[in-house]
Design a protein around this ligand. Structure first.
Ligand SMILES: Nc1nc2c(ncn2[C@@H]2O[C@H](COP(=O)(O)OP(=O)(O)OP(=O)(O)O)[C@@H](O)[C@H]2O)c(=O)[nH]1
Ligand SMILES: [Mg+2]
Length: 422
């Protein structure tokens, strides 16, 4: 998976850090491709459990472009006890703290980059427990936290942008999953003492992604095949969106820099966002129609009029862009029209046209919305009620300190949402 034809020395080099089973399954998709623009092979899978990592790779085994031994040697980190966390994020966090060196070394060796993208499923204990902890430690690097003790070469982490793709549970999972999800969201958005943690938490609801209409031919063909698991469909959609998100800083006419993705939402107090995609649309279809379609397909339920920031990335075949069949001006115009129609003129945002090497007759659209009201997500699958019932159940079997921490996480999330409204 060497730097491919689209590689550009000036473009942002991303590193991917996947934690827990869901996170590792999402990122394992990347090992199936000969070319990962912007990522190459800077991918690390971390888990408490070797069997789960094997399982993630088994799922894509026939399509792997790298040998398994090499993946195990350079792209895998194991930490904590092999029997896992029993779905408890407090334990996931503690194991990450105790095993930080095991986690840090492969990241430092393999995922050294200009920006980090974490992938995690929020319903679990391992990914959910460890990811906010690692982000917090890296935010303090190179001077502070666990990194300072483990390496003097941590300067690449200094001020590094940290994004997280966080998957919300499917419908009908156990209460504990929604409990984990709510607590994990709070910990990604804010450190426990109340300052920001991840730069942007990108939310993707499994429940929502499962029910969205099939997006492109590829997915339809796959969906037609037998024994395709719902997670695999969801994961492919997530990877398609991440590809577009990452493509924006590369060979584009109006380039969106990775820091723009964070800076503008953050100036409005927004540290969360989501994607919507419209893939493989025929060139000639109105761009505004495609943007609307992408907004209708957001990865979490939301009201777009509550967004604080909106970005649009259009990716089209290089030959068609060079021939003027689709231009940066077209994208700018469609983005402006759409914003006006949606009454989003006051919202910050940017747009870009990125070029896909080669030819073809279709284009892809990504919208990235940030800072929207979280209520529809917290109501989805009765997530909040289920969080509360698990919280109350735990309070009855009181475990002192943890009970206090849960209240703090809840308060932080409330505070974050209030700040957004203000
Ligand atoms: N998007 C997505 N979600 C998944 C996938 N596999 C599991 N999940 C979700 O992940 C949640 C469970 O988290 P896991 O990632 O399995 O947990 P973990 O991080 O390994 O932590 P443990 O609880 O210690 O096993 C559930 O809510 C599932 O819906 C996947 O392949 N893709
Ligand atoms: Mg697990």
């Amino acid at each position: 998976m060497a730097a491919g034809p689209g590689a550009d020395r000036d473009a942002t080099r991303w590193g991917i850090i996947a934690s827990g089973q869901g996170g590792c399954r999402i990122a394992s998709q990347l090992f199936t491709r000969t070319d990962n623009p912007g990522v190459d092979d800077r991918i690390v899978l971390i888990n408490t459990n070797d069997t789960d990592i094997k399982e993630s790779l088994d799922r894509v085994d026939a399509q792997l472009t790298m040998d398994r031994e090499m993946i195990s040697r350079e792209h895998v980190a194991l930490f904590g006890p092999a029997d896992g966390t029993g779905n408890d994020f407090f334990d996931g966090e503690r194991f990450a703290e105790e095993g930080f060196d095991e986690i840090y070394q492969p990241i430092n060796n393999t995922a050294r980059s200009d920006a980090l993208m974490y992938t995690v499923a929020l319903g679990g204990g391992t990914g959910n427990g460890s990811t906010p902890y690692i982000i917090d430690q890296f935010r303090q690097a190179p001077e502070g936290g666990a990194v300072a003790g483990s390496s003097s070469e941590a300067t690449w982490l200094n001020d590094i942008p940290q994004f997280v793709l966080a998957a919300w549970p499917f419908r009908g999972e156990l209460d504990q999953r929604y409990f984990n999800a709510v607590c994990g969201l709070s910990r990604l958005l804010m450190r426990e003492e109340g300052s920001p943690n991840a730069d942007i938490t990108l939310l993707a609801s499994n429940a929502r992604l499962k029910q969205l209409p099939e997006e492109n031919n590829d997915t339809e063909a796959v969906a037609g095949a037998e024994a395709v698991r719902e997670e695999d469909l969801v994961n492919r959609r997530i990877i398609s969106a991440l590809d577009l998100f990452i493509s924006a800083g590369r060979t584009a006419s109006d380039t969106i820099d990775v820091r723009d993705y964070a800076r503008q939402p953050q100036s409005r107090g927004a540290y969360h966002g989501t994607f919507g995609t419209a893939l493989e649309k025929p060139l000639g279809l109105g761009l505004e129609v495609a943007i609307e379609k992408a907004v209708g397909n957001t990865f979490v339920p939301l009201d777009p009029s509550t967004a604080e920031a909106a970005y649009v990335v259009v990716r089209a075949p290089q030959r068609k862009v060079n021939a003027g069949k689709i231009t940066g001006g077209d994208v700018r115009g469609a983005f402006a029209d759409w914003r006006e129609k949606q009454d989003l003129s006051g919202v910050v945002g940017m747009h870009t046209l990125s070029k896909q090497p080669g030819g073809g007759n279709t284009f892809d659209v990504l919208v990235f919305l940030a800072g929207f009201d979280l209520t529809p997500l917290l109501e989805e699958s009765r997530s909040w009620e289920r969080y509360e019932s698990e919280r109350d159940r735990r309070e009855q079997n009181s475990t002192g300190d943890r009970g206090k921490r849960i209240r703090q996480l809840e308060e932080n999330l409330r505070q974050y949402r209030n700040n957004l409204e203000g």
